[in-house]
Write a protein that binds this ligand. Sequence first.
Ligand code: ZN
Ligand code: ZN
Length: 361
Amino acid sequence: MDTQYSARRQAVAERLAERKLQALVVSSPVNVRYLSGFTGSNALLVVFAGGQPVLFTDPRYGIQAARETGLRPRIVRGGPLAPAGIKAAAGRGRRRIGFENLRIPFETHARLSEALPLGAELVPAGSLIEELRMVKSPREIEQIRRSAEANSKAFAAALRKVKPGMTERDLAAELDHQMRRHGADQAAFETIVAAGARAALPHARPSDHRLKANQLVLIDMGALRDGYASDMTRMLVLGRPGAAPRRMYEAVLEAQLAALDAVRDGVAAAAVDAPARRVLRGYGMDKAFVHSTGHGLGLEIHEAPRLGRNEKTRLKAGMVITVEPGVYVEGLGGVRIEDTVAVTANGCQNLTPTPKDLAVL
Ligand code: ZN
Ligand code: ZN
């Protein structure tokens, strides 16, 4: 049996005790996975402040759940899992039962409430599990590194097939195809390919727009491998870009390196965002930087902490974050450069192997 899951549940149990909660109903698949190893889509896990956890699922997942978790799952036939889950959570006179108020579907919450015994109450647990998930184990960092490697290999393989006249959609499909070929289970999010002026939309959807000579192309892609996400943005140029896009690229690269340089254990998240903005201000481009500098990632592509300008969360060794400043100018285009990095005691370890110079084709 894998002891990392019982260690995580133990950490949850300690936090439950601090908040005087006797049990926690975990209903989101990603947090069930984090605390048990179960990768199926329908499960409910009850963790107690003291005592063995109980995992509920349906008959489709009986064998898989037992294999993946080492627990003996309770199978609920032909109905929702919530009534059985709340019965277990509030059994033996337990009164304060935590639930995932930030993630629970309205319907599931209604079912928990209906089946709640008299005298017991449902207490919002907030981001109790998400806070634990922020700091990754060495093994998780290795999994994210492998995800980043698959992603970078896919990028390199797809690059060999880029040619003018290709549509954004074709290139996105090629990137996704290469991701799977290089070990990803799937893309961690919808791959972004935005050429020329379309890159002024930070989250552009790939379109039928064709790649042309002498224009910048923004590619933002991430793999999901073994459950773990990676995230990278790189810029391509076919031919020679004009002076304006080239200056944007230089500014963003300098901003990204300044932000990377600020990453280390103990600094506030805002202290990584600030140097990126400072560099861009020097270029007169800070107003064109319309998002935060980065975000945590792991089992999900966006996790805590957020690296925004007012973010007080302190970075800790073991957190895995992205560093991705960008500038976006309507009519001209956009530039973003993004790496996935692990925070260390003295700095960070870049998990993204793809070189960062403008890829000229
Ligand atoms: Zn990204
Ligand atoms: Zn990102």
